[in-house]
Each structure stands twice: as C-alpha cells, then as structure tokens.
Ligand binder design. Structure first.
Ligand code: NDP
Ligand code: MG
Length: 396
C-alpha cells in the first residue's frame, strides 16, 4: 500500500457505512463520527440482532439506510421508531447493498467473523475506501480481496496494522526488513499449559489492556488473535510470514514497529483506544484536530517491557503461523474451526484448550485448495465448521 488517497476533501464530508455498528468497533466509530461531524456523515448502519441500538443511532445520525442482518429481528417493534425517511433492509445480503451504495465513500467494516467477507469483497470491488477492522475476512479471503485494491483504498483499523501502516508511510517496500507485531499477552501471560485447562470464560474475558467484543477477547486469551494478525499483516503488507516477529508488549503502548534494512526502527505508540485507529482510518492521509483524544504523560508512565511469546502454551499462535505458511484455503479452515470453538467456549460447551485442539484437528483433516472465489470460501467455511462441531462432539 502507498500514500495515495481516497479521503474526503476539506469541504466534503466523508459518507460512511458502518457495518456492525452495535459492536465494540461500531460503537466507537459512532463516537468518532460524533466528535467529527464536520468531517464525517453516517449514511448507513447495520446490526445483526441489536435493533434497539440501530434505531437509536439511526435517529441520532439521521441515516438514510439501515440493515438488520438477522431476519429473526426484522419485525422487532422498536424498528417502527426509525425515522420515516430511513430505508430498512433485512437479511445477510443487505450488507453488500449497504457496502456498495453509490453515495457511500467509505465502508467501516466492523462485523465480527467470516460473516463480513462478502460485503468487504463487494466494497473492494466497487472501489470504496475501506476502514478495515474485520480481520477474519482478510485472513480467509486476502488472496481474493487484496488484488482488487488500489493503494490507499484499505486503511487498517486493527491497532497493530494501523501502527504498521503509519510506520510505512513515506517508505519504500524494498526497505522493509521485519515487522515487530506487538501483543499484550492477554490475561494468561506467564501461565503454563496445564494451568489453562480449567480457566473460565470470565477469566478469559478479563483482558489486561483493551476493552473489545467477546469473540476477539477470547482470541486474545488464546493468542489466536495474534495468529490471525500475522496472517492479516502478510496480506496487508505483502510480506512472508517469517518477516513478522511477534513481541509481547504488556502495556500495549507500542502498537507495533517496522524495522528497515538499514537497521532503523519506527514504532507507533499511543493510548489503548481504538478510536485513535478508527479516526486515522477515516482521516487518512490527514490527521484531524482531536481534543477528545487521550494524551499520555510519558514522563510518569511505567516502564515499557518486552517478552517473547510462549508458542507451546499458546498453541493457537503456532497453528496460525503454520496456516499462514501453508496458505490457500488453510486459513479459512482454521478460522472456521476457531469461530466454532471460540463460541462453544463462551457458551460453556467446551474447555479453553479445546479451542486449540479443535483448530488443530480441523486443519489436519483439511484438503488444501487454491482460493478461487467467495462462494468456494463459503463452502470451505461451512465444511470446516461442520468438522469442528463433530470434533467437539467427540466424533472427528
Ligand atoms: P462485536 O462482537 O463487539 O461486534 C460485532 C458486530 O457485528 C455487531 O454490530 C454485531 O451485531 C455484528 N454481527 C455479529 N454477527 C454478525 C453476522 N453474522 N452478520 C452481520 N453482522 C454481525 O465485535 P468487535 O467490534 O469487537 O469486532 C469487530 C471486528 O473488529 C472483528 O473482526 C474484530 O476482530 C475486529 N477488531 C476489533 C477490535 C476491538 O477493539 N473490538 C480491535 C481490532 C480488531 P449485533 O450487535 O446486532 O449482534
Ligand atoms: Mg489487534
């Protein structure tokens, strides 16, 4: 990616569609829009179930379009309180409609999981600017999505990738030597595998530095999140897996670093606040005055520390690196297994270490194919989900 831009000019507001507006990233995007109403206009919003939040946001931002992707919630009585001029769409396919509306300049991709892939693919194809949080769809479909993008079209929202993207501004790709992908280590940093066998959902949801949606918080506890981020970085920055070193940075102050061939290193630092990454993805290549942004008094900060990740205890990171090296449909199979096992753990239907075991089992059974289409990935996803459920039921 380079420095080219599709950002709004000084006079135009950026018209955005926020897919997944009720989640952690979605809600924080609305907050950024609230503080930057002269730069951003929210045109379209989607939720899966949370129609109450949808109606509140549609009223506040006078949105033209809203979507409820779970048809079971299409008749929720609260939807009658939508502004009269707001058009309501229903069903999963509505995400593609919102992502490709001619009036939309930028799609904030804040849906969780594989469910985001079709709309991201469609938005990329339609030339929309992408403020990209939905890492799973890049992990699974990077081979399809990345070739569609022109430089500066996709701005990462994931904090590490936003950091790397910022460090790469003004640099040539040939100068890149290594990416230092930082990681908080999650709530179980320092534990050995045996100690993880009986941890509870509550233990795993207690993230030390970031407040996020429940799926990614569990991924951060298993370090699958960091594994997904390795694959994401390979696609976004077109680097092989062995050029990415994961580094534990417990305080989450350094959001990632890029090392160049001359030995020089650039890092991006800041508060643990996703609104900074969202703001940058919307303002790029400019930076907006942001009196609301948290400022850090570095003189009174505790020391910044570094550790290496424990790949044996946190086997999901090892599996993801393996999936990254294997490539093709393997990341899709692994991601599907992880989504199933992560949800099962959150429901109390399996143990913490079963997440890693499920991913390993599904990867072992997977027949690797080159990535050909979104439809093919949907088939691989469905097949791998079925295998994961079989594994968890003791039948694989
Ligand atoms: P949340 O679970 O908080 O929110 C998910 C959003 O997606 C909600 O609006 C939800 O709607 C919607 N959604 C859920 N399932 C579906 C579906 N099947 N189809 C369409 N929409 C759906 O997730 P986060 O905001 O934490 O994460 C969103 C993405 O951003 C993830 O890919 C995550 O990895 C990434 N990310 C998140 C970070 C964070 O700080 N939270 C940091 C970096 C990356 P409803 O509420 O109605 O269910
Ligand atoms: Mg991240």
């Amino acid at each position: 990616m380079s420095n080219h831009t599709t950002a709004a000019s000084d006079t135009d507001r950026l018209n955005i569609a926020v897919l997944g507006c009720s989640g952690s990233i979605g809600t924080q995007t609305l907050d950024v829009a609230r503080h930057h109403s002269s730069q951003v206009q929210i045109l379209a919003l989607s939720v899966h179930h949370n129609t109450k939040k949808l109606v509140e946001a549609a009223r506040e931002f006078s949105c033209s379009y809203v979507a409820v992707t779970d048809p079971a919630h299409s008749d929720d009585s609260v939807l009658q309180e939508l502004p009269q001029e707001t058009k309501l769409l229903v069903g999963p396919e509505a995400l593609v409609t919102l992502a490709t509306l001619p009036e939309v300049d930028c799609v904030v991709s804040a849906v969780v999981g594989f469910a985001g892939i079709e709309s991201n693919y469609a938005a990329a194809k339609a030339g929309k600017r992408l403020a990209y949080a939905n890492k799973e769809s890049i992990v699974v479909g990077g081979d399809l999505i990345m070739p569609l993008l022109h430089p500066g079209q996709l701005i990462p929202v994931d904090s590490e990738h936003s950091a790397i993207f910022q460090c790469l501004q003004g640099e040539q790709k040939a100068s890149l030597y290594r990416i230092w992908l930082t990681c908080s280590g999650g709530p179980f940093f320092g534990k050995v595998k045996q100690e993880l066998e009986h941890v509870t959902v509550q233990d795993a949801l207690a993230h030390p530095t970031w407040s996020m949606g429940s799926k990614i918080t569990i991924d951060s506890a298993t370090l699958m999140n960091k594994g997904l981020e390795v694959i994401e970085a390979c696609h976004l920055f077109d680097v092989p897996e062995d050029k990415i070193t994961v580094l534990i940075q417990r305080q989450s102050r350094i959001h990632s670093m890029v090392e160049f061939r001359d030995g020089s290193i650039k890092a991006q630092l800041g508060a643990s606040d996703m609104r900074a990454c969202i703001r940058y993805a919307l303002s790029y290549p400019k930076r907006w005055d942001s009196p609301e942004a948290e400022r850090i008094d570095w003189g009174s900060e505790p020391p910044i520390t570094f550790n290496e990740p424990d790949m044996e205890t946190f086997g999901c990171l090892k599996l993801a690196r393996q999936a990254s090296r294997t490539g093709r449909t393997m990341p899709c199979a692994m991601n599907a297994a992880n989504e199933v096992a992560n949800a099962a753990f959150r429901r109390g239907d399996c143990g913490f270490l079963d997440i890693e075991r499920t991913c390993a089992a599904v990867m072992e059974h997977h027949t690797i194919r080159p990535v050909e289409s979104v439809h093919q990935l949907e088939e691989v996803d469905a097949e791998s989900r079925a295998q994961a459920r079989e594994y968890l039921a003791g039948r694989l």
